[in-house]
Design a protein around this ligand. Sequence first.
Ligand code: BEZ
Ligand code: FE
Length: 282
Amino acid sequence: MTIRNFSEDTLTAEVLRRIEGTPNARLKEVMTSLVKHLHAFVREVRPTPEEWFTGIKFLTDTGHWCDDKRQEYILMSDTLGVSMLVDFIHYGNDTNATESTVLGPFFVEGAPEMPLGANIARPGTPGEPCYVSGTVSGLDGKPVAGALLDIWEAGGDGYYDVQKPEGTNLRARFRAGADGKFHFRCVRPSSYPVPHDGPVGRMLAATGRHPMRPGHLHFMLQAPGYDKLWTHLFVRGDEFLDSDAVFGVKDSLVIDFRRNGSGVYEASYDFVLKPSSAIRQK
Ligand code: BEZ
Ligand code: FE
C-alpha cells in the first residue's frame, strides 16, 4: 500500500500513525498531543506560508535572545500564562500550605548566605528601606527549624542585579532559626516591567499589553522532608495587582508593607510548607 497523496483531511492521522511506535510512553503522549494541537491550530488559523515563516522567524529570534543571563522562552511562557498553568496543575492549593507562584528568570543559584537580620541591599541601592520577618512551619503548625530561604528582588529602579553590571545585590540565602523564625532587611518592592526590549516585548506591544509586574519579593523555601516552594509576597495597594504581565498574583500572597515611625517599611509573613510529595504519596 502506498501512503502518499495526503490531504488536509488525512495528513494528521498519518503523522500520528508514524509516531505510534514511540517506545517512551510519556514522550508518545506528549508528541501525539502536540501534533494534534499544532494541526488543529493551523486548520483554525489557516496561515499563509509568509505568515507561517513569520512565526518561525519569531521563535528563531526568541532563541537568539537566550543566554546564561536572559531566558526569553521562560519569559514567553510566563507572559502567555503557561508557567502559571503548569503551576496550578502541578502544585495546586488543596491544603493550607502557602501558595506558589511563578519562578521567573532572575533566580540565581548560589546567592551569598547571610546571617538573619542582614540587609540584602548594598549601601546606595535605589529604593526605600524595608524590614521583613516571619516564620516557616509545616502543615502541623510546627516550626521548620533551619529552613533555607532564598530571597531576591528588583531595586527601586526596577532592575535585578543581573540586569546591571554591578555584581550580586538584592539577593541572599538565609537559614531560619530553630524556632522557624527569619528576618532580614531589603528595599520595599516596587512595580517594574519584565524585560520588554526583545521578541516578547514586541509580542506584548503588538497585542496591546503592558509589561508591568506589581511589586513583589521572591522567595524559594526548602527543607528536608518538605516540597520546595517558590513564591512571592506582593505589596497590597500596588496598581498592577490586577494586570500582572505574568498572571502570578494570588490573594493569599498580597500583604501590607506599612511604614513605621522611623520611615522603614515593615512586612511579615508566616510560610507553611507541604510535606514532600514522596512522603505524601506513600
Ligand atoms: C520576575 O518576577 O522576576 C519575573 C517573572 C516572570 C517574568 C519576568 C520576571
Ligand atoms: Fe520579580
